[in-house]
Ligand binder design. Structure first.
Ligand SMILES: Cc1cc2nc3c(=O)[nH]c(=O)nc-3n(C[C@H](O)[C@H](O)[C@H](O)COP(=O)(O)OP(=O)(O)OC[C@H]3O[C@@H](n4cnc5c(N)ncnc54)[C@H](O)[C@@H]3O)c2cc1C
Length: 420
């Protein structure tokens, strides 16, 4: 039994309060405060003691989070894809990588992006053709990535690239940590149909990755990428904390935290809309009188039951995880698929309620254009982090144990027919 398993919730709470009484100071800069927090081991208490944590289990960590929330303590940086990078490095990186990268992720010094998708490989991520070659002791990367959220303000990226074209496609991939601030990395923003610009194309031309920034060993990139994707599917909204703890609190740390959240969350302001804004449905039905229509009521009831059911299922999955279960992929895939179905039903109900008005934007339109934004944002939830069809394949094959898809792409990658 580890030494932390004996700690009671009361003793943990006492220790957290005592530590905060001695260390918390809202007049520090954000960086100064986070360095103290990270080094104190209270930022990520569920992480290992050797790397900024305390080996706490979920229940013990929840005690810490609750006190932080109650006291309005500013946490470590969690916005954007940086936590996906952190969890992957923690799970699959070597000690040197953990030492170099985890601390600046937590303090907010470095922001990250995810360089996975390519014009010719999204769902079929293992079909990627960005190439990394070892030349004179460093990796030289050439290729193009696309749909990379937040890449326009990222310092580093988690990158998958092909290091061997003669092996079958899943085996020739390696996983890298790449410095985005170098001449060989060109980032171009893309404009979406909902008016936002969250994504980028990233062009890699002789971009350099140091030899010791390969994660998990050469040719093991697929296993490492699956770790990132499991966290992405499971964490969903967790990666985008909107930090509403300021209230009336004053101090430099709050000012700088608010500024950080504003910049980092700019690409995600439409994310609540892509989930369908179920919260707006009942008030809008009441306000417009559509609640009197039995057909609207029927579809609303369906939506609210599905939404409630998904919430309960996610709580059940969380409870299972707390009890030590490691079933990341199936729980994440089912939850992600449910979120898509709910978002689509929400868009359907919003359309029934608002009619043609749902297409208008501007101050006099439904919810000042919010309903229109819902309708053009909802399709994204069925695509990001793995499409609905891919989640169905995962559930069929890994949860239900059904036969796997017939594959025509098993030989050397070089010989597979593709459209690039
Ligand atoms: C909001 C958002 C954020 C994103 N952020 C990032 C990011 O930060 N980093 C990053 O690298 N990428 C990101 N992406 C890209 C995303 O991962 C890809 O869009 C996704 O994997 C789908 O790939 P694709 O767009 O190439 O579609 P395709 O793979 O070309 O799919 C086209 C259609 O074919 C279907 N299909 C494909 N294969 C199968 C199959 N085997 N069986 C049945 N149907 C199939 C798909 O379901 C889909 O309907 C993001 C996307 C969105 C929408």
């Amino acid at each position: 039994m580890s030494e932390t398993e004996n700690l009671t919730n009361e003793s943990i709470a006492d220790a957290v309060h005592a530590w905060l009484d001695a260390n918390w100071n809202a007049d520090l800069s954000l960086r100064e405060w986070r360095e103290i927090l990270v080094d104190g081991g209270w930022a990520t208490p569920h992480w290992p003691q050797a790397f900024f944590g305390r080996d706490f289990n979920q229940e013990q960590s929840a005690v810490v989070s609750k006190i932080f929330n109650q006291r309005g303590i500013v946490p470590v940086a969690q916005t954007g894809p940086r936590r996906l990078a952190a969890e992957t490095i923690l799970a699959m990186g070597n000690d040197d990588q953990k030492r170099r990268y985890l601390r600046p992720i937590l303090t907010g010094e470095h922001s990250w992006c995810q360089l996975f998708s390519e014009p010719g490989s999204g769902s079929d991520l293992a079909g990627l053709s960005t190439k990394a070659e070892m030349i004179d002791g460093q990796w030289i990367v050439n290729g193009q990535k696309v749909w990379n959220t937040s890449a326009h303000h990222a310092d580093f990226g988690v990158l998958v690239a092909r290091t061997d074209f003669d092996l079958p496609k899943h085996q020739g991939i390696s996983y890298f940590l790449i410095d985005m601030r170098q001449p060989g990395v060109e980032v171009r923003q893309l404009k979406q149909m909902n008016g936002h610009a969250s994504f980028n194309e990233v062009f890699l031309t002789d971009a350099v990755v140091a030899a010791n920034n390969l994660v998990g060993g050469e040719g093991n990139g697929w296993a490492v990428a699956k770790t990132t994707l499991s966290y992405e599917r499971r964490m969903g909204g967790v990666t985008r904390s909107f930090g509403g703890l300021r209230g009336k609190r004053q101090g430099r740390v709050y000012d700088e935290y608010a500024q950080e959240v504003r910049i980092a969350n700019e690409p995600y302001t439409w994310y609540p809309q892509r989930q369908g804004r179920v919260d707006l449905v009942l008030p809008r039905a009441q306000q417009t009188g559509a609640i009197q229509d039995p057909a609207v009521r029927q579809e609303m009831a369906k939506l609210i039951c599905m939404s409630k059911g998904a919430m309960l299922a996610s709580e059940a999955a969380e409870a299972k995880r707390k009890s030590g279960s490691n079933e990341l992929v199936p729980a994440g895939s089912i939850g992600k698929l449910a979120a898509s179905v709910i978002a689509r039903q929400a868009a359907h109900v919003h359309t029934m309620i608002s009619g043609a008005d749902a297409m208008r934007s501007g101050p006099e339109s439904a919810e000042e254009g919010m309903v229109a934004e819902v309708l053009v944002s909802v399709p994204a939830i069925s695509i990001a982090g793995g499409t609905d069809e891919i989640q169905r394949n995962i559930i069929a094959e890994r949860v239900l144990g059904m036969p796997t898809e017939t594959r025509a792409d098993t030989g050397p990658f070089r010989d597979i027919k593709r459209n690039d």
